[in-house]
Design a protein around this ligand. Structure first.
Ligand SMILES: Cc1cc2nc3c(=O)[nH]c(=O)nc-3n(C[C@H](O)[C@H](O)[C@H](O)COP(=O)(O)OP(=O)(O)OC[C@H]3O[C@@H](n4cnc5c(N)ncnc54)[C@H](O)[C@@H]3O)c2cc1C
Length: 432
């Protein structure tokens, strides 16, 4: 059995998006591994995909039944509301409506077929409260402001609108409260494994060095590159970033409660129209494959189409102002399902291809990563008797007040100190 040297971290997580942060929290607070460290290349956590998503905790309706993704989404959603309550995080458990929002009067046989398939698939996956609404009146009772052409919809009751920035920050805060360390501005450029001592040497762009027994890679759109470095040969998957653009309408209280989504395809869940927790109605995301892993450009023509989509589904948006646009890059790969690769010889776990459900599935992802690591690495030092502390966040209204009063785009997060709010939904919602 290998021995732990005092200056060698037991587990080093690379990547401070929602995936790295949930794994950091689970290893620290649930498995109780001593001194887990996370390094993030940027100066701020959640600067990439995790800071540019829709902020909907979903049921994974577009993930194939039986896939790891669908399983972890379901597991996570079973635990999400208790977590949000425990940490005092805001949410709206409103469900969503799936329909062909552009459907015209007349024969809707093919639409009904597609909607019935959504219901059937959901039931097979275990989401038995998903129901088909057959008549216009019932839909309009739920959502009086939607396009009156719609004649049928699927009500997915489990979907929940959340604050997409506060959730990953709650994982980071809880982990640090219980002994984890987060280093920002540590862009990993080199890794090397000494097989005789079983220790990784991880070097940053600025030459800082960290030693660790186990490395967990959670680097989003760079998953294939990091896997190649850790394994010493190319990954079996290739990252193919998928851009999602959004437009945000001005605050419009009471116009829309539930996210409106189209029938998902194998490629995408499609463009949603939804109200954030802060009453901005958002239209997006698109699904555009691109090469660039870093920059998500906006284009006016697409934003115009998004605005029109919003108006078609919710006609009252026609005279509402657009106040913001943004885009994010989903860490999609050549593989459809989540990619967890554990290498018990080279002591690493690679977590990749967490494409479009990483926020939703985060509690399941953390648990799954922890159980993979625990099943193989019996040399990990665990503090079984350690008492886990939990400091919940102040009310969101207090955060909003602080954000507005400070005016520097930051708020104070327990155990993390001043943090830049990176997510446009949170920034816009908290702004004046
Ligand atoms: C448009 C869009 C819409 C989405 N909508 C939803 C939704 O409604 N619900 C939902 O559940 N999910 C949604 N998602 C998916 C979700 O956002 C992702 O699954 C999740 O953010 C992936 O997290 P991650 O930690 O893997 O990646 P990231 O958040 O990208 O984090 C990876 C981190 O690794 C860091 N890193 C990379 N290389 C290095 C290095 N060499 N050294 C140090 N650090 C490094 C990066 O700086 C980055 O911070 C959406 C995503 C997008 C883009």
């Amino acid at each position: 059995m290998a021995t732990i040297q005092p200056n060698v971290t037991q587990v080093l997580v690379i990547g401070g998006g929602v995936v790295g942060l949930t794994i950091l929290r689970t290893l620290t607070c649930d498995v109780k591994i001593k001194g887990v460290v996370l390094v993030e290349g940027e100066e701020n956590l959640c600067s990439h995909a995790s800071g540019h998503n829709s902020g909907i905790a979903c049921t994974g309706v577009d993930a194939p039944v039986g896939s790891l993704e669908r399983g972890l989404v379901r597991e996570s959603m079973a635990n999400m509301r208790p977590w949000l309550d425990k940490m005092n995080l805001p949410y709206r458990a409103v469900g969503s409506l799936v329909a062909d929002w552009e459907e015209s009067e007349g024969d809707n046989t093919s639409v009904m077929k597609k909607l019935s398939a959504v219901v059937e698939e959901s039931h097979i996956a275990g989401d038995c409260d998903v129901v088909l609404i057959h008549d216009r009146e019932s839909i309009l009772k739920l959502e009086p402001h939607v396009n009156k052409a719609v004649s049928a919809a699927v009500h997915i009751k489990g979907e929940t609108v959340v604050d997409p920035w506060l959730i990953p920050m709650s994982y980071a805060s809880h982990a640090v409260e219980n002994g984890a360390i987060i280093k920002r501005g540590f862009q990993v450029t080199e890794v090397s494994f000494d097989s005789s001592s079983g220790v990784w040497k991880v070097t940053s762009k600025s030459g800082e060095v960290h030693f660790a027994k186990i490395v967990v890679s959670c680097v989003g759109n760079w998953g294939d590159e990091m896997f190649g470095k850790l394994k010493g040969k190319p990954a079996h998957f290739v990252n193919k970033p998928r851009k999602g653009q959004y437009t945000l309408f001005e605050r419009t209280e009471g116009m829309l409660k539930r996210p409106l989504q189209p029938v998902p395809t194998d490629f995408t869940k499609g463009v949603f129209v939804f109200s954030t927790l802060y009453d901005n109605i958002v239209c997006g995301p698109t699904a555009e494959v691109q090469e660039n892993r870093l920059v998500a450009e906006l284009d006016e023509a697409t934003l115009g189409v998004l605005k029109e989509t919003g108006v078609v589904r919710v006609p009252g948006l026609v005279d509402k102002k657009i106040v913001r646009s943004y885009a994010g890059l989903r860490p999609a790969t050549s593989e459809r399902d989540y990619q967890f690769q554990l290498d018990a010889k080279r002591n690493f776990l690679s977590v990749a291809s967490i494409r479009s459900t990483g926020l939703t599935a985060s509690l399941g992802i953390g648990r799954h990563a922890a159980s993979l690591l625990s099943s193989v690495f019996d040399f990990l030092e665990v503090e079984k008797e350690k008492e886990i502390r939990t400091t919940s966040f102040k009310d969101v209204g207090e955060f909003i007040k602080e954000f507005r009063e400070r005016g520097d785009g930051k708020v104070e997060i327990p155990f993390l100190g001043e943090c830049v709010v990176t997510h446009p939904i949170t920034q816009t919602g908290w702004g004046l």
